[in-house]
Design a protein around this ligand. Structure first.
Ligand code: SF4
Ligand code: SF4
Length: 240
C-alpha cells in the first residue's frame, strides 16, 4: 500500500492485484531499407541509420574504406557501399549482385546490427587473429590490420538477440510468427499495394496465402520454410 501511494497507484490497483501484470515485452526495433531499387543484375538498398560511434569504422571489415569529407565508400567484390554522413544520421546505399543477395543479406545485417549496438564488452576482440580490434570506452574499432577473415562476425555477440538490440534488415518486408499462436507466419509489408502484388505472384507459384489488413499483412503456413519464403518474395519483387 505504501509503494502504491508513493507511486500514485489507486487502491483498486492493489486490491485487484494489478501489480502482478507485467509490462509487455518491448518489441525489438528494426531498421528496414527506406528504398530498394532494381538496377538490372544488381539491387540497391538505401538506409538512414543513426550515426553511432563505430558504424563507419566497422565497415573496414568489408573492404578498403575511403572517406572523403562527408562521403565514404567501401568495395568488396560484388558489394559496393556508398555513404553520406549527416549531422544526426548516416545515409547508406548498399549495392549488391542479385545472385549473391542471400549471402550479402546475412553478412550485412549482422555487421550493421552489431556496429550500431556494440557496447564495447570486448568479448569478440580475442577472436581477431590480426589483433585488429581495439576496445574504446563505448565500443570496439577496427584498425587497418584487418584482413577480412570475418572471424569476429562468427563469434557470438553479447547484445545480439537481446531486447535492446536495433536490428538492420535488408528486406523491405518482415516475416514474424503469428501473435495469436496460429501455425502461420505473417509477412508485414509497408503498403497494401505491394501486398496485393506479392500475394498474386506467390499464388501463381502455388503458394497458399491469405491477405489481411488491405494487403499489409500476408499469412502463410509455418510449414513453408522462412528462407524459401524470403527468396520467393525477393524474386517476386524484382524478377517479374
Ligand atoms: S561482442 Fe558484440 S558488444 Fe561485445 S565488443 Fe564485440 S561487437 Fe561489441
Ligand atoms: S577478425 Fe578478421 S574481419 Fe574481424 S577485425 Fe579481425 S581481421 Fe578483421
Amino acid at each position: 500500500m505504501k509503494y502504491a501511494k508513493e507511486n500514485g497507484r489507486s487502491d483498486e490497483w492493489v486490491k485487484r492485484g494489478l501489480w502482478r501484470v507485467r509490462r509487455p515485452k518491448r518489441r525489438k526495433s528494426i531498421i528496414q531499407p527506406t528504398g530498394v531499387e532494381d538496377c538490372g543484375g544488381e539491387l540497391v538498398f538505401k538506409y538512414r541509420l543513426p550515426r553511432s560511434g563505430s558504424l563507419i569504422n566497422r565497415l573496414k571489415v568489408v573492404g578498403d574504406l575511403q572517406v572523403n569529407n562527408r562521403q565514404f565508400e567501401v568495395k568488396l567484390n560484388s558489394i559496393n557501399i556508398h555513404g553520406k554522413i549527416e549531422d544526426e544520421c548516416v545515409e547508406l546505399q548498399v549495392r549488391c549482385d542479385k545472385k549473391g543477395y542471400i549471402n550479402t543479406k546475412t553478412f550485412m545485417e549482422k555487421l550493421l546490427s552489431r556496429s550500431l549496438n556494440c557496447i564495447g564488452c570486448g568479448a569478440c576482440i580475442s577472436s581477431c587473429p590480426q589483433g585488429a580490434l581495439q576496445a574504446t570506452e563505448r565500443d570496439v574499432v577496427v584498425s587497418d590490420k584487418c584482413d577480412r577473415c570475418w572471424n569476429c562476425l562468427k563469434v557470438p555477440c553479447v547484445i545480439e538477440d537481446s531486447e535492446r538490440m536495433t536490428s538492420v534488415k535488408m528486406d523491405p518486408f518482415m516475416i514474424s510468427p503469428c501473435e495469436k499462436g496460429l501455425a502461420m507466419n505473417h509477412i508485414l509489408l509497408p503498403n497494401g499495394e505491394l501486398g496485393e502484388v506479392l500475394a498474386r505472384r506467390l499464388r501463381a507459384k502455388g503458394i497458399d496465402i491469405e491477405i489481411h489488413e488491405g494487403g499489409r499483412v500476408l499469412c502463410v503456413s509455418k510449414t513453408f520454410p522462412t528462407w524459401r519464403l524470403e527468396r520467393y518474395l525477393m524474386n517476386s519483387l524484382f524478377n517479374e
